[in-house]
Design a protein around this ligand. Structure first.
Ligand SMILES: *[C@@H]1O[C@H](CO)[C@@H](O)[C@H](O)[C@H]1NC(C)=O
Length: 201
């Protein structure tokens, strides 16, 4: 009897404790995932659910993720982070919420807006970052992209060996501010990212 009572009160402590409960999952090549309910560390105030779509050449990696939100990543919640060099595309968006289990169910984030918006940037993609890209072409910016970005560094995507790249293309201001630290799936190391306002034509 005592054991049962202890188990019941432990269960209640988990359910009514101060720590937030969030669903946690990470899945490739899909727009949804479901996983275990996890108890977040005490400093976590929000759960997150989101999608990341990373394309390099013809290889698309779509990732769905749900987790406890790292407090340092709160500023990126609900922001569209995207970067479009000529031979690639990186887009992510996430939704954050602050009650137990609130990130369960379908991942609901606004889809990318691919409508050209009149801004252009110089674009280039090179996999030898020792050299800057030599061949450049203009790229059309879309949706909220009003910024040109140059990225140089090591990029590794899930299931792939990391490589060194230089990318130039259109990006959202939010990507320049938050993007690189907030990616759930693609990882970057030893990088530099420079951004400046795009030109409208
Ligand atoms: C992911 O990106 C690719 C290429 O940019 C696109 O064809 C595909 O529709 C995107 N998927 C989603 C779910 O946004």
């Amino acid at each position: 009897m005592r054991a049962i009572l202890a188990a019941v009160s432990m269960f209640q402590a988990v359910i009514t404790g101060d720590c937030l409960l969030c669903e946690q999952c990470f899945a490739l090549h899909t727009s949804s995932c479901s996983g275990i309910i996890t108890q977040c560390p005490p400093d976590v105030t929000h759960c997150v659910a989101g999608l990341e779509n990373s394309t390099l050449g013809t290889h698309v990696i779509l990732t769905a993720f749900k987790d406890c939100l790292e407090p340092s990543q709160k500023a990126a919640c609900g922001r569209e982070l995207s970067f479009n060099p000529p031979a690639g595309n990186l887009w992510t968006n996430s939704r954050c919420c602050d009650s137990d289990f609130c990130n369960s169910g379908d991942v609901k984030v606004p889809p990318p807006d691919n409508t050209p918006n009149g801004y252009i940037c110089e674009g280039c993609t090179s996999d030898q970052s020792a050299q800057l890209c030599t061949e450049t072409e203009d790229v059309q910016c879309t949706g909220k992209q009003n910024t040109c970005g140059t990225f140089k560094g090591t990029v590794s995507r899930p299931g792939e060996a990391g490589g060194e790249y230089t990318f130039k293309g259109c990006t959202t201001q939010d990507f320049c501010k938050f993007g690189i630290f907030n990616l759930a799936s693609t990882q970057t190391h030893d990088y530099g990212l420079k951004c400046f306002p795009a030109l409208k034509v």
